[in-house]
Write a protein that binds this ligand. Structure first.
Ligand code: MG
Ligand code: MG
Length: 256
């Protein structure tokens, strides 16, 4: 069942999206060679609580942390750890909040120091494919229009799309219907209606699309060990043009 949101509910989802956007920027300000992913997680939890919200992932299905921190070949759902980030790594920071009975959910993949040219291309392509997907998140379209836009953009650049994890509706639950795959065919999938709130989140691999689950039961790795990037925004389906609730402005204005 797909739950359409009232404008009041969308207001609460927007407040959550803003808090997640600010938290991602706060984490991003601390990303540099030598910091551990555990330290980033502590920064995020303190910051979210200082905003009056609660970490959305902590305890969700038993997830043990505030952030999913997924380094290099980890696609999503990495645990914070004692691993020290090093120059040339990439780290996906996926963050959730709960406030006012609703969830926020967004992700951004940061370079650590300077990354090689192909890795930067992967980051740029994944970031841009998210915007291509958002362009399709309008009433009357279907989820396949979003997926096709992401897939065709990334595959044209020689990257591959993870199939096992997908975007989703969001509201009082973090994961609601419909599923929003990052691959698909135009005109196929679930029809989009005004007031649907969805998370679009391309997970794009530098190499092959195949992935495997870590023995810890959470972290998803690329099968070939190549890097993977992940960007996510929460958007409201509207007529004509999607309303984007997440902003990366706080992150990207920090870049010199
Ligand atoms: Mg997320
Ligand atoms: Mg999500």
């Amino acid at each position: 069942m797909i739950r359409l949101k009232s404008e009041e509910e969308i207001g609460l989802l927007k407040e959550n999206a803003l808090m997640v956007s600010k938290t991602l920027a706060e984490v991003g300000r601390h990303i540099e060679p030598g910091i551990t992913t555990k330290e980033l997680d502590v920064i995020a939890e303190k910051y979210i609580r200082s905003l009056g919200a609660v970490p959305g992932f902590l305890g969700y299905d038993g997830f043990p942390a505030t952030l999913c921190l997924s380094v290099n070949d980890v696609v999503v759902h990495g645990f914070p750890s004692a691993y020290k980030l090093k120059e040339g790594d990439i780290v996906s920071v996926d963050c959730g909040t709960v406030y006012g009975g609703f969830y926020g959910d967004s992700a951004y993949t940061f370079p650590v120091g300077k990354v090689d040219a192909r890795t930067q291309q992967l980051l740029d392509a994944t970031r841009q494919s998210l915007e291509k997907g958002i362009e399709q998140a309008v009433a009357g379209n279907r989820t396949g229009d979003i997926g096709e836009a992401v897939q065709s953009y990334c595959e044209a650049l020689g990257f591959s799309v993870v199939r096992e994890m997908v975007g989703h509706g969001i509201g009082r639950d973090m994961h609601e219907s419909p599923e929003v795959p990052n691959y698909g065919r135009r005109g196929h999938g679930v029809k989009l209606h005004e007031g649907m709130v969805i998370c679009i989140e391309p997970m794009i691999n530098a190499g092959r699309k195949e992935v495997y689950l870590d023995e810890n039961g959470w972290a998803v790795h690329t099968a070939d060990g190549a890097k993977s990037a992940h960007f996510e925004k929460t958007v409201v389906v509207r007529h004509g043009k999607a309303e984007v609730l997440t902003t990366f402005e706080f992150i990207e204005k920090d870049k010199r």
